[in-house]
Design a protein around this ligand. Sequence first.
Ligand code: NFS
Length: 650
Amino acid sequence: MSENISICPASLPMLDKAKNEGIETVFDRSKEMKTCPFGSVGTCCRNCAMGPCRVNVKGETEEEQEYGGKVGVCGATVGTIAARNFARMIAAGTAAHSDHGREVVQTFILAAKGETPGYEIKDEVKLKAVAKELGIDPQNKDKNKLAVEVGEKLLTDFGRQEGELTFIKRAPKKRQELWKKLGIIPRGIDREVVEIMHRTSIGVDQDYRSILHQGNRCSLADGYGGSMIATALQDIMFGTPIPLRSKVNLGVLKEDQVNIIVHGHEPLLSEMIVLASKDPDLLDFAGKNGAAGINISGICCTANEILMRHGIPVAGNFLQQELAIITGAVEAMIVDVQCVMQGLPRIAKCFHTEIITTSEKAKMPGTIHFEFHAHNALKIAKDIVKRAINNFSKRGKVNIPDESIDLIAGFSHETINYMLGGSFRASYRPLNDNIINGRIRGVVGVVGCNNPKTTHDFSHVTLVKELIKNDVLVVQTGCAAIACAKAGLLTPEAAKKYAGPGLAEVCETVGIPPVLHLGSCVDNSRILEACSAMVAEGGLGDDYSDLPVAGAAPEWMSEKAIAIGQYFVASGALVVFGVTFPATGSKGFSKYLFDEHEKITGGKWAFETDSIKMAHLMIDHINKKRVALGIDKKPQRVLYDMELRRELKF
Ligand code: NFS
């Protein structure tokens, strides 16, 4: 019954079980919930109490809609309403990533000051590199002192009123100049979010171009601010990822062990849970309670964080959070912030599973709250693990699908540099060369969520298969990466099976999968870094917008995805979203996003629900970029005779 709901082999039996036992899941709720025809296309305004104004305007052209069509009570046109809603999504997404980033910086500083047992400064090489970027001389400095300086400097990015974000300098020179000219370089992260909320309140900014102008600035505060800071400092604190092998899907749960799932986003919590699960006393305690061990696995981006750095297995992506509980094998699901469904405690009631909330910012009725603070994080983590062990004996019947598969993760920007360039010549040269010689057509980032409006994982897998078949190297983050991992695409063997001949050859030579897992959603900043490195390496133009690259989120659902999409568009990329697009109710505003915007930043949005068409939209875009770069034709093979050889200069 469930085939059109999901293509995930572990999710299908769990959905059947849910149906047989009368357990309602997100898939049922989605089916029942009729999509609002106004909200889904961005034309419902509830920014004041004269409304809500739902203005689905008929009209063939922008003019008919904007000047003759129905407007809100205040007179707001459909374009203004759609742009306001879109900008607020950018603000919310930026806020989520950046508040995560802020927690990381604060903990980073405390760790460097020695006030947080369990946390430490692990990656000194990256610490020194970041210090240099910030203009701090790392020479002869104690690593902790240096880390305090770095942390405090980055913290100023959040509250700065004037000036520029620190990491903006990571963008190519030409791009920075363009942003400066356009006036969209973010000043401070918090300021840009606040300004969107102000501009979009009743009676302020009423020109969709102007609203999106601030949308661009705010989104850049996410990409080059909150997200990039989170990635950088998480790497320094917990280690910069290197390639490792692990397993994915619900089959990673173990029948004879205490299963603890960490779910949410901030690795500050999950790192400590991983540490606590190795505590000999707790392992002993688990044994005394009849368990063969303590098995940690992850859901959503928390999963990606601990997968990337420790190889901890992934239980599933966003739409599997409820299904994991339905296995009956989960003693505790520990959650922090973001993408945690309120449906969890309802399902947990049918089993022995305890949902444990940990963030002061994110509480849920019907759960247990263990408030997590950096200064006693390890102790709290141990208390939580102990509680889960105590719960082991209360298990009822267990039903773990026998489905898990290998994956390779751990491709940080530094790793790509090292892997492709070799240990003596770390560089992006080989990647650029392989793009120039046509073995690799281009690079596409396939990222984002799951959405029950569309078959779980189907669009991700179909899109990525089509891309690699056409010699496009795919980089992934978030739940998209988990989807493709479950389909076996994140292994070196996948190159031979699915990739086109050029890409397969490169992958086989270097020993990498055709689909590279770069981490969690804040780690989309790694894609920005990789693109900067490609430009800096030379031969592919002098700005992001020259690169044969694109991005997609075929199953997106979160506001965070919109913020990410917008910072790539602001950076000059083509970004394609599936499912629904929250602006299509306005002809003018969607034309601006889908077309006109390219003239401003070189980047634009597109909307396509068919995964194969989506792939070819991006492939066509990449081909156009290749033509513009003059690398569309394969170099002629010339047979050299002796005379020609003598002319060769080395
Ligand atoms: Ni990203 Fe991560 Fe997944 Fe979507 Fe949610 S976990 S931050 S928002 S659902 S990819």
